[in-house]
Write a protein that binds this ligand. Structure first.
Ligand SMILES: *[C@@H]1O[C@H](CO)[C@@H](O)[C@H](O)[C@H]1NC(C)=O
Ligand SMILES: *[C@@H]1O[C@H](CO)[C@@H](O)[C@H](O)[C@H]1NC(C)=O
Ligand SMILES: *[C@@H]1O[C@H](CO)[C@@H](O)[C@H](O)[C@H]1NC(C)=O
Ligand SMILES: *[C@@H]1O[C@H](CO)[C@@H](O)[C@H](O)[C@H]1NC(C)=O
Ligand SMILES: *[C@@H]1O[C@H](CO)[C@@H](O)[C@H](O)[C@H]1NC(C)=O
Ligand SMILES: *[C@@H]1O[C@H](CO)[C@@H](O)[C@H](O)[C@H]1NC(C)=O
Ligand SMILES: *[C@@H]1O[C@H](CO)[C@@H](O)[C@H](O)[C@H]1NC(C)=O
Ligand SMILES: *[C@@H]1O[C@H](CO)[C@@H](O)[C@H](O)[C@H]1NC(C)=O
Ligand SMILES: CC(=O)N[C@H]1CO[C@H](CO)[C@@H](O)[C@@H]1O
Length: 546
């Protein structure tokens, strides 16, 4: 009912505007086409909300139906927000009174289950683990605070690889609470991750945008931004390492990803890494230009990163990548090839990252447990967690796997010592000083470009540097199907491949521009849809006025 009224009100408004500017009757068109939720952009959703075609309540209703009826087989979502409809109704009312707060006003956003949300709203924050079921976090995470302030509605918690895939040798996309999430482009395809559920959900329109990181963007036909460590707050996010963790958008277009990054980026007193960022946060949507590659020098770090016998990539990855280089050139870029990272071979050989991650994980996870106001499972430390997993095999052990080697490795560390600091410094040197920054300087480059699969994320991860990934292509029908876990496959026919732009600290603005120009030229995402039974059929028309 409310929805109907809103619709009339705004249609009237649009009509009177048209009348004012035009006397030609045939131009008195009201756009009655509803956006297709599989592909809807934030701009389309916001326009429809503003025009009163549908409300945020309708969007939430549609999303809940999508999860229950259609998302279930992919296990993309662990739980939905029981307060979402109420929040949507309030935001609909506010829109009528004072207009939208931002491009995310009234838009449902899914967040990974390790991103904290206040318990009284009704949702758990568990990183997929039963050990945190019904735990009470002290407050919303920093990024969720920003989303809410912008008027976004937290729709639910996305499935993920348990503990953000820092548990041991378990399949990507598996968690105790969420089960095995799978890719929408091939039955039982590996979703990659840790942010697997977030990516699957965005890939098939269960939500327009979600928060996660880049590997899943690569394998789910999405745009992902992995921001520089310290651009977005990690306060209230269940940690692995403060030196590598970073929260970024997963969306179906560079435009949507840029909108979300502009909202979630910024300083947060509860995460002191964010205090180092250049102020103010740019409006990343201003970087969206089709000519952003004109006159730019883009380097190809061929050695190691494009060598199949080292990366283990299917040869087809390099075939589509070489085509992408031609596209970049046609868009006005100078391709500098090769532009190797001096540290390339050492990056692959080094084990220093493990020392840093294991040590940080133990200290930070223990601090996280300590910050909780309550945890009914009684787990209050990493040591307790390992015992909990052993004591609850039916909940916490996937079929065929009992592994928690990373938890055990982390538990064995004894805190910050000279080897830890040496490893941290060595990582920075390999990733940045003798890695990405060295290549950028030696060849006077604006950015580096690589296919997303392989070792591409490693130099950026250990340097804490940004990556923007866009759709590059899809594995062909005759690709050799690989195993990615007891029940999951990678690669497989039709599964997506991404193209990654890498740069120095705080270069997101430039990288977003390069990714946009490439995306607009190639329009790769829509060349292939999810497999038929993974494509949701619920649309806005089914729920309006429900
Ligand atoms: C009408 O709305 C649909 C869905 O939002 C959009 O795709 C289409 O471009 C719009 N058409 C016009 C003429 O604005
Ligand atoms: C957490 O999950 C449990 C079990 O699904 C549910 O009963 C509870 O309402 C959820 N929310 C909170 C805040 O505990
Ligand atoms: C953040 O604060 C901690 C402890 O208060 C300190 O050890 C660390 O160096 C600070 N980090 C940054 C990047 O400022
Ligand atoms: C970029 O080009 C595409 C068509 O190729 C067009 O739809 C889009 O509006 C252009 N973007 C800008 C910012 O001009
Ligand atoms: C690729 O790596 C293999 C194995 O390390 C090596 O033998 C080969 O020379 C490399 N190829 C190139 C072109 O560097
Ligand atoms: C870090 O890597 C260097 C070079 O590979 C190695 O010599 C050193 O032992 C590593 N440090 C640790 C703590 O593993
Ligand atoms: C630092 O601690 C790690 C375990 O966390 C240990 O393996 C390493 O030997 C220690 N280094 C020094 C110099 O004590
Ligand atoms: C797959 O087909 C393509 C083109 O038809 C061919 O070039 C390629 O060698 C084939 N790959 C495999 C693994 O058979
Ligand atoms: C929507 C969705 O994917 N739901 C699944 C998430 O995981 C739980 C627990 O394994 C399943 O029961 C849901 O079907």
């Amino acid at each position: 009912m409310v929805n109907h009224f809103v619709g009339q009100l705004w249609v009237g408004f649009v009509l009177s505007l048209c009348l004012h500017f035009s006397t030609v009757a045939s131009e008195l068109l009201v756009n009655t086409t509803l956006p297709d939720l599989y592909e809807a952009s934030l701009t389309e959703l916001q326009a429809g909300l503003t025009a009163g075609q549908f409300t945020s309540v309708d969007l939430i209703t549609a999303s809940h139906l999508l999860f229950n009826l259609e998302g279930a087989a992919l296990r993309a979502v662990i739980e939905t927000n029981p307060s979402a409809l109420m929040e949507a109704a309030a935001l609909d009312k506010e829109r009528l009174l004072s207009g939208p707060r931002s491009a995310l006003h009234g838009i449902p956003v899914l967040v990974k289950d390790n991103i904290g949300t206040v318990a009284f709203e009704g949702m758990n924050t568990t990183a997929g683990s039963y050990s945190l079921l019904k735990s009470i976090v002290p407050e919303d995470s920093g990024v969720v605070k920003r989303l809410r302030k912008a008027g976004a509605i937290i729709l639910g918690k996305a499935n993920l690889s348990e503990w953000a895939h820092y548990r041991g040798n378990i399949a990507s996309g598996w968690s105790g609470r969420g089960g095995q999430s799978t890719n929408a482009y091939y039955p039982n395809g590996d979703p990659c991750g840790s942010s697997s559920g977030s990516a699957i959900a965005s890939s098939i329109g269960l939500t327009a945008v979600s928060l996660g990181i880049t590997c899943p963007a690569n394998q789910n036909n999405l745009v992902g931004i992995k921001p520089t460590v310290g651009l977005t707050s990690r306060a209230g996010v269940i940690p692995i390492s403060e030196h590598q963790d970073t929260v970024g958008p997963l969306a179906r277009s560079t435009t949507d990803a840029a909108i979300v990054l502009s909202i979630i980026a910024g300083k947060d007193p509860n995460d002191n890494f964010t205090l180092a960022q250049p102020y103010p946060v740019p409006d990343y949507t201003m970087a969206l230009s089709n000519s952003s590659l004109v006159g730019k020098r883009i380097g190809v770090p061929r050695s190691v990163f494009l060598n199949d016998s080292i990366t283990g990539n299917d040869p087809y990855v390099n075939v589509v990548f070489e085509q992408a280089l031609e596209v970049l050139q046609s868009l006005g870029a100078t391709i500098v090839d090769p532009a190797d990272l001096p540290s390339a071979y050492e990056i692959v050989a080094s084990n220093n990252e493990t020392v840093v991650l294991n040590t940080d994980f133990k200290i930070q996870l223990n601090a996280y447990f300590e910050s909780l106001l309550a945890n009914p499972s009684g787990v209050m430390s990493l040591e307790d967690l390992i015992m909990f997993d052993n004591a609850n095999p039916t909940l916490e052990e996937p079929t065929g796997y009992t592994d928690q080697s990373e938890l055990i490795g982390a538990e064995a560390t004894t805190g910050f010592n000279s080897s830890y600091y040496a490893s941290l410094a060595f990582d920075k040197e390999l990733g940045a000083t003798r890695g990405i920054d060295a290549a950028l300087e030696m060849y006077t480059l604006d950015a580096l470009v690589l296919p997303a699969p392989g070792y591409t994320t490693v130099p950026a991860a250990i340097a804490g540097y940004p990556i923007v990934t866009v759709p590059l292509g899809f594995y062909p029908e005759n690709v050799t199907i690989g195993s990615a876990g007891p029940n999951t496959y990678y690669p497989a026919p039709g599964m997506p491949i991404g193209l990654s732009f890498l740069g120095t600290a705080w270069s997101e603005y430039e990288l977003v521009g390069f990714a946009y120009a490439y995306e607009q030229k190639t329009q790769t995402r829509l060349q292939r849809l999810a497999y038929a039974s993974a494509i949701p059929t619920t649309q806005l028309v089914d729920v309006i006025g429900m």
